[in-house]
Design a binder for this molecule. Structure first.
Ligand code: AMP
Length: 429
């Protein structure tokens, strides 16, 4: 099997690494890849948002399977373009990707199918009408830009003044770009968050192990939001009872809703959940795997990933094939100095080989590139140091021991991955 992976971050490195262990895989290309992926796959340059360019590449390479990491090619319709040509691909349709591409589309879907989610106050295109609606609001309140806004589209407003400011910046001053020209106001949910990701062939689905990510830059969940500073997965993260509740009250009605609405969905569906006192509720859908959740998930896989994904692309997914290593995994993101604000690149990374000597550890590259014989930083999130072990304690010990071997100027990371969380509420109660 020849496999094409689209994307160039830590998530794609993790996919490439696991796909490379599949028995039937003889070749992997990655577009555009990065400094770490280059050691495990042939990296090719292309704009991942440009579906025509990716189709031309597909024509030239003739992959037996294509796996898509980031949302942009999905929202731009790569799934439809490849399937129309009969090329197997793990990617939801353009229509299905609207579950991620439009928060309003997703909220209407959730409400239509009575899937538990934060109550909606309204959707608005006019700042004055949105501000009028604030009078009846209770605080804090969540404001979401409808479209993709590079992670800046969600605001937890503590009071009316800050809400008004965000609304005006989005709708009047157009500061969030085209994704911010419509907004959604919704109630704030309280609880612990959980990422519940599944793979589906359009009819059948198979859940992946649950994960939790850490979005804030500093320990104790302080500082600004990032793309994700780490993630973990463990058997204890989601006990059987709340897991059953999630399947019954969220996953099943979502799958039935997609079918009832005639939305074909072949690929990964990421369900961001808040485990509230009154049960699990949907915060968001993503039409792809999360990053860094993927790194933690891939570390626990004990099955042939290429085979399962080829089955999903062919519409014959067999959930029984997904087997998981018991225990836990962690991913600790090492970031450039200054990230998520301004940062410098081109810093030489040392200690990578020593880090991978730690039992159970694997270093996934995100923002790196090769510079002659060295690997240097090329982005904000640089590496995802990942470890799997029989318990969360030993996965954390291996992960942080591996982190201790790595150095680059300005490097920073969270020291409390899997620590700064409350225990899961009994979400099913
Ligand atoms: P989203 O992109 O919709 O998942 O929002 C990003 C983050 O904002 C989530 O991971 C939550 O931490 C937070 N968030 C979004 N919606 C809500 C909500 N209704 N209540 C509380 N927090 C929320």
């Amino acid at each position: 099997m020849k496999v094409l992976v689209i994307g160039g971050g830590g998530r794609e490195h993790a996919l490439v690494w696991r796909l490379g262990q599949s028995r039937g895989v003889e070749k992997i290309w990655c577009v555009p890849g990065n400094g770490g992926i280059a050691a495990e796959a042939e990296c090719l340059a292309a704009d991942v948002g440009d579906v025509r360019a990716l189709t031309a590449l597909g024509e030239r390479l003739g992959p037996d399977l294509t796996v898509v990491g980031p949302e942009l090619p999905l929202v731009n319709g790569i799934g439809d373009a490849f399937r129309r040509r009969g090329w197997p691909i793990v990617a939801p349709s353009e229509q299905a990707a609207r579950l991620e591409g439009s928060k309003i589309f997703a909220k209407e879907f959730l409400l239509r199918h009575e899937i538990p989610t934060a109550g909606m106050i309204g959707t608005f295109e006019s700042a004055s009408k949105a501000c009028d609606a604030l009078r009846a609001a209770t605080w804090p309140l969540v404001i979401k830009a409808d479209g993709l806004c590079a992670g800046k589209g969600v605001f937890l407003a503590p009071d009316a003044a800050s809400a008004k400011d965000f609304i005006e910046r989005a709708l009047d001053k157009n500061e969030l770009g085209p994704g911010g020209q419509r907004i959604l106001l919704e109630e704030t949910l309280e609880g612990d968050e959980l990422s519940f990701i599944l793979v589906t062939d359009g009819e059948r689905y198979a859940p992946l192990v649950p994960t939790r990510d850490h979005k804030r830059v500093f320990d104790g969940n302080l500082g600004p939001n990032t793309g994700g500073m780490g993630a973990y997965s463990s058997d204890e993260l989601l006990p059987p009872k709340p897991r059953a509740k999630i399947l019954e009250s969220i996953v099943e009605p979502t799958m039935l809703g997609l079918a009832a609405d005639g939305i074909p969905y072949q690929g990964f569906l990421y369900i961001g959940l808040m485990l509230t006192r009154s049960g699990p509720k949907v915060l968001e859908f993503n039409c792809r795997l999360g990053d860094p959740e993927t790194q933690a998930i891939v570390a626990r896989m004990d099955f042939d990933l290429a085979e399962v994904l080829a089955d999903a692309a062919a519409g014959k997914l067999d959930a029984a094939k997904l087997r998981w290593k018991p225990g836990a995994s962690v991913c600790i993101v090492l970031a450039s100095g200054g990230y998520p604000g301004k940062f410098e690149t081109g810093k030489k990374i040392e200690g990578l080989a020593n880090a991978e000597k730690i039992r159970g550890a694997k270093v996934f590259h995100a923002g790196t590139k090769r510079d002659r014989d060295s690997i240097v930083t090329s982005g904000g999130r640089v590496l995802g140091v990942t470890a799997a072990a029989a318990s969360l304690e030993s996965a954390l010990a291996a992960g942080y021991e591996a982190v201790g071997k790595i150095h680059f100027e300005g490097m920073h990371y969270r020291k409390d991955i899997a620590r700064h969380v409350n225990r899961v509420h009994a979400a099913g109660d």
